[in-house]
Design a protein around this ligand. Structure first.
Ligand SMILES: *[C@@H]1O[C@H](CO)[C@@H](O)[C@H](O)[C@H]1NC(C)=O
Ligand SMILES: *[C@@H]1O[C@H](CO)[C@@H](O)[C@H](O)[C@H]1NC(C)=O
Ligand SMILES: *[C@@H]1O[C@H](CO)[C@@H](O)[C@H](O)[C@H]1NC(C)=O
Length: 390
């Protein structure tokens, strides 16, 4: 998947290369001209402004400079300027970066400022941003502005850009349960996201078909619920690597553990967690959504989400809540009794609400915000708003 996405972008880039300005996404404000400045890779460098809050040693930008150097100039034999060519043109030999506030070791968040201004003219080649995340967006834009003549010389035109994202959350979801994706595919996807200035990797980690997340509190979940516990899992080290790779590109990792539905793969490794379905008066041997009437369910979720809260540093967790099939709950006599006791009548949405509400309380107590699918709202679950969003 990531491979084909990468090809798509390369083709898109090739198609756009013939046009005047090939920028994606389009900046909020842009002015370009036909005045072009050559860039000679041997002489060019990214440079921190003396009074920038970020200085050499800032991992996010040091690594970005290296990445964009490689992206821009590759390892081709570069066209060496002949002296005559150099004499007559104003050459660009650096891009100076000024970041206003420190934060190289932090994580991007929903509130991170990503705006920047980029100025390329006779006087200066300057990228100014509030944060390192804004600087990353500006570097991406800079890299897209550089073009190459048929003779092989790199150029950038006189340009003025002021840019900020229209949406603070620009997400891409990958489902690693229905189809296990090797770590390298996830990392490639993060690269492609950075090229398009996406900033949230929504990791739909587990679902009915498989449970690839290796939990250290419940290792049986992957042992019994993954496609292959030796090869088709994400270890703690893998998860760390994804989070850091994403951070260096200004991308948040929003993990989703979807419950109470979409949980078949949890069953084998967590006996008693899923609802036994009945056929008439007998258990049929199959299982439905998470069993919402047992205290043990909530004890399990408390322990599991305590781990998840510490492994995934983003403020938000995605808790799913979509497409709960009520037929198994309806068939189970213990659930019917519980419904009666609670006064839920035959309204299984109320039972679902009871589950979700309890789960939200658990996760809030860990200082986390949450995201759920729209059905949770449609089913009129009382969802207290996470504090940082509104
Ligand atoms: C850059 O300038 C050249 C001429 O120097 C012009 O042909 C080209 O269209 C310009 N590109 C942009 C993006 O303005
Ligand atoms: C970014 O936006 C903030 C708030 O609107 C503003 O104060 C700041 O000057 C902007 N910075 C850049 C580089 O545009
Ligand atoms: C479940 O927990 C509730 C509240 O703590 C308690 O009242 C109830 O007796 C418990 N039920 C069982 C079956 O342990």
């Amino acid at each position: 998947m990531a491979g084909s996405a990468l090809w798509f972008f390369l083709l898109l880039a090739a198609a756009l290369a013939g046009r005047a300005t090939a920028l994606w996404p389009w900046p909020q404000y842009i002015q370009t001209s036909d005045l072009r400045y050559p860039i000679f890779p041997h002489n060019f460098q990214f440079q921190y402004h003396v009074s920038s809050a970020a200085q050499p040693g800032c991992s996010v930008l040091d690594e970005a400079f290296q990445r964009y150097r490689d992206l821009l100039f590759g390892s081709d034999f570069w066209h060496r300027p002949d002296p005559a060519e150099k004499q007559h043109t104003l050459e660009i030999n650096s891009l100076v970066i000024h970041v206003a506030t420190p934060g190289c070791d932090q994580l991007p968040s929903l509130e991170s400022a990503e705006n920047y201004t980029l100025t390329i003219n006779d006087e200066q080649n300057f990228l100014f941003s509030e944060t390192v995340w804004g600087a990353l967006r500006g570097l991406e834009t800079f890299s897209q502005l550089v073009w190459r003549s048929p003779e092989g010389t790199f150029f950038i035109n006189k340009t003025e850009i002021e840019d900020f994202p229209r949406f603070p959350h620009r997400g891409l979801l990958l489902d690693t349960s229905r189809h296990y994706l090797p770590l390298s595919s996830i990392l490639n996807t993060l690269d492609v996201m950075a090229y398009s200035k996406f900033n949230v990797f929504h990791w739909h980690m587990v679902d009915d078909p498989s449970f690839p997340y290796e939990s250290f509190t419940f290792p049986e979940l992957t042992r019994k619920g993954s496609y292959n516990p030796a090869t088709h899992i994400y270890t703690a080290q893998d998860v760390k690597e994804v989070i850091e790779y994403a951070r260096l590109r200004g991308i948040r990792v929003l993990v989703e553990f979807d419950t109470p539905g979409h949980t078949q793969s949890w069953g084998p490794g967590a006996p008693g967690l899923l609802t036994p379905c009945y056929s008439g008066s007998q258990p049929s041997g199959t299982f439905g959504p998470v069993n919402p009437i047992l205290n043990s369910t909530y004890e399990f979720m408390s322990t599991f989400f305590l781990e998840v809260s510490s492994v995934f540093p983003d403020f938000y967790l995605h808790l799913g809540g979509d497409e709960v099939d009520f037929s198994c709950w309806k068939s189970n006599p213990d659930i019917q009794d519980f419904m009666k006791k609670k006064g839920f009548g035959n309204d299984f949405k109320k039972l679902e609400s009871f589950y979700i509400q309890t789960l939200l309380d658990i996760v809030s107590a860990y200082g986390k915000g949450y995201v759920v699918w729209q059905e949770v709202f449609d089913n009129k679950v009382k969802v207290p708003l996470s504090r940082r969003l509104w």
